[in-house]
Ligand binder design. Structure first.
Ligand code: DC
Length: 219
């Protein structure tokens, strides 16, 4: 019997992380934040001053990356044994992650690293292509979205809380630019799986979204 998976895909800032973590906790399942893998690759590439425009170089950086995840109450990520968690949420990291995530060779290298998270008793996986590519056989697929303005507002609040400086207009533009790049890329573009349940969280509270996903899981 295959290990059950719930996939939650959608654009940046739709609340996937918060919802997925809460659902995983409630079900006592494992959790995969696949964006953090692409963000870790971005950090590794920046630290190595590797050529971000070279697909093969980026695939090599992805292959060499020694990543460890501690998915406790808060996600902790170690790159080559060094805690990089605080560097994951910055806009620079996100924007470089989105760029290198467009390379098919990079995605191929990172595929198995993501599949390895499928462990008993089950997995909640969030990202862009969890339901379409990585776990295309998942039992439950959700596509979670919200308007770009609403997502920028949420991101602004999140960054402020973390003490990171931000500008809401700039954030909205960056989010729209990142959406475009994630949607337009040829390799595993951001798109809802045919069998995904579509949830627009623009006018929903996080708890309402969590309850909708849990109701799907119970069914
Ligand atoms: O979810 P996030 O904002 O942390 O993701 C950062 C970038 O990583 C995002 O712009 C695109 C890429 N990504 C991806 O291509 N596929 C995934 N499954 C997750 C993230």
């Amino acid at each position: 019997m295959s290990i059950p998976v719930i996939t939650i895909d959608g654009p940046s800032g739709a609340g996937k992380g918060t919802v997925s973590r809460a659902v995983a906790k409630k079900l006592a399942w494992n959790y995969l934040d696949s964006g953090s893998i692409y963000r870790s690759l971005a950090i590794s590439a920046l630290d190595k001053q590797a050529n971000l425009d070279d697909e093969q170089v980026m695939a090599q950086v992805a292959t060499d990356m020694d990543l460890a995840f501690d998915c406790g109450d808060e996600l902790t990520v170690l790159l080559e044994g060094v805690d990089i968690t605080h560097r994951l949420p910055t806009e620079e990291t996100g924007s470089v992650a989105s760029k290198v995530a467009a390379y098919p060779e990079v995605r191929a290298v990172l595929l198995q690293k993501q599949k390895d998270f499928r462990q008993l008793p089950g997995l909640v996986a969030d990202g862009r292509d969890m339901g379409t590519v990585v776990f295309s056989d998942a039992e439950i697929k959700v596509f979670l979205t919200a308007s770009a303005e609403e997502r920028a507002k949420r991101r602004f609040k999140q960054l402020k809380e973390k003490g990171i400086d931000a500008n809401i207009d700039k954030l909205t533009k960056e989010i729209q630019e990142r959406d475009r790049r994630d949607i337009d890329r040829k390799a595993a573009p951001l798109v809802a799986a045919d069998d995904a349940v579509y949830i627009d969280s623009s006018h929903l509270s996080i708890d309402e979204v969590i309850n909708q996903v849990l109701a799907l899981a119970e069914k």
